[in-house]
Ligand binder design. Structure first.
Ligand code: ACO
Length: 425
């Protein structure tokens, strides 16, 4: 709360006083929750100016290109931390001590197996089902396994739920892939680190062992970390809204996965890679940039622009560096797609159209190239995003449920018929 107040003056009425609150960082918010009592609602489709909740997890300054998790800049986390440590930070609020970290790694490492009955559930899907469609179903199905024993008002139960999700989601993601290509499931290996275990379950088969490359495992871990949380985006807001009715948290996470699936949200990395393949050669870059600027052409530069970032997406900076390192270490830094991406980025960043509209590369611009270098098929790109974002979703759900909360219930501007009578027969 601040001493500042806003006054809303509606023609012919006394001004309505509205309190203003300040957070630790970012824009102040005007509390309009009592406006309904005065006969008005606010109207903000797309929530471009609406803070739907209070949160202490992640902060973004879109103009300056800043992303902080619990206060720590993403660049510093990427340099010094790893995905499981960031999971701990997001959920518990502080970095773990060495002892807490090894305890957490052990907890996650010993809950990686999915209930055996869940594997039968997969068989109901079409043989060639998209892995994201399978993920929506199987993560929701976890609620059937852990419903009765759970009381979401008990912090320990919420913590166990979060641990189960973080531990099992790579297993389910890899199972979704294996099922979609007709290969048998590969059980997790608890002697491997988080990212290596995921790659192992993706690429090992019963007839051939798979030795995980530490370079690829490190890149995978970095990708998980860069996607771990992004405050109140569409899927996180969905998880909060679903959770506000006190629904089972596994079902809430399934709702988040469904929201993420859309191409306007989690699907852009796949689209970006397809665009680079379509461009095909550095010599075609200028032509595609011209198309992106042409109002009569629906083509847009995928991986460019962001609703919140009006500056370089800080995750893109780290992603570019990782991409550089991975391709170099794999000896494929002359990869044509990478060269096209670099040229495209250079041309666009110098072009007045992109400069004036503040269109910068976003996280998806380079992630597809890295995922491809790791050997991840494009249908799994969004699944990997979902795997990584699960910790963000459950941390936000936990934050909401830990404090007094009410069911989310937006209002509307009704534009349908006025009351009318049913026609007499
Ligand atoms: N290429 C060309 N022009 C663009 C692009 C682009 N990638 N992005 C925005 N513009 C232009 C728009 O045509 C518009 O121009 P106008 O003002 O002359 O009409 C202006 O920039 C503003 O764009 P909006 O679409 O209004 O901005 P919004 O905030 O609604 O959309 C979005 C943001 C969806 C990310 C958009 O920039 C886009 O479509 N980018 C490409 C897809 C993409 O990379 N998505 C990933 C987002 S990151 C993530 O979800 C993890």
């Amino acid at each position: 709360m601040t001493d500042k107040k806003a006054y809303l003056t509606i023609e012919g009425q006394e001004p309505i006083e509205l309190p203003i609150y300040s957070g630790t960082l970012g824009a102040d918010v005007i509390d309009i929750s009592n406006l309904g009592a005065n006969g008005y609602f606010t109207f903000d489709p797309g929530f471009t100016s609406t803070a739907a909740c209070e949160s202490a997890i992640t902060y973004i300054d879109g103009d300056k290109g800043v992303l902080l998790h619990r206060g720590y800049p993403i660049e510093q986390l990427a340099e010094n931390s790893d995905f499981l440590e960031v999971c701990y930070l997001l959920f518990y609020g502080e970095l773990p001590t060495a002892e807490q970290k090894s305890e957490f790694i052990e907890t996650i490492g010993t809950h990686t197996m999915a209930h055996e009955q869940l594997s039968f559930f997969f068989r109901g899907f079409r043989r060639d089902a998209h892995p994201m469609s399978i993920m929506c179903g199987v993560v929701g199905a976890l609620s059937a396994f852990y419903h009765d024993a759970m009381d979401i008002t008990i912090p320990r139960h919420r913590e166990i739920t979060a641990n189960r999700l973080v531990a099992k989601i790579p297993t389910l993601a890899a199972m979704s892939y294996k099922y979609s290509i007709g290969q048998p499931f590969v059980y997790p290996r608890n002697d491997l680190d988080y990212a290596s275990n995921f790659l192992y379950m993706m690429f090992a088969t019963p007839c051939e062992d798979y030795v995980v490359s530490p370079i690829l495992a490190k890149a995978m871990d970095r990708i998980f970390m860069l996607h771990a949380d992004h405050e109140q985006n569409a899927s996180t807001s969905t998880v909060r809204l679903a959770g506000s009715s006190q629904a089972n948290p596994f079902a809430c996470i399934a709702a988040g996965i469904a929201t993420l699936w859309g191409p306007a949200h989690g699907g852009a990395n796949e689209a970006c890679l397809e665009m680079l393949i379509e461009i095909g050669d550095e010599s075609n870059v200028d032509e595609y940039v011209a198309r992106a600027k042409d109002k009569n052409d629906p083509f847009r530069l995928m991986g460019f622009g962001h609703r919140v970032y009006k500056n370089y997406d800080p995750r893109a900076t780290v992603m570019q560096k990782t991409c550089d390192e991975v391709l170099k270490e794999l000896g494929i830094d002359d990869e044509p797609l990478f060269r096209i991406a670099r040229k495209l980025e250079k041309v666009a960043l110098e072009d007045p159209y992109f400069v004036e509209k503040k269109l910068y590369p976003n996280v998806d611009f380079y992630s597809g190239i890295i995922l491809r270098a790791i050997g991840i098929p494009t249908t799994m790109f969004t699944v990997i995003f979902a795997l990584a974002r699960t910790i963000g979703w459950i941390s936000h759900w936990n934050e909401m449920v830990s404090e007094p909360y009410r069911i989310g219930r937006p209002r509307q501007l009704y534009t349908g018929h006025e009351k009318r009578d049913y026609p007499k027969k």
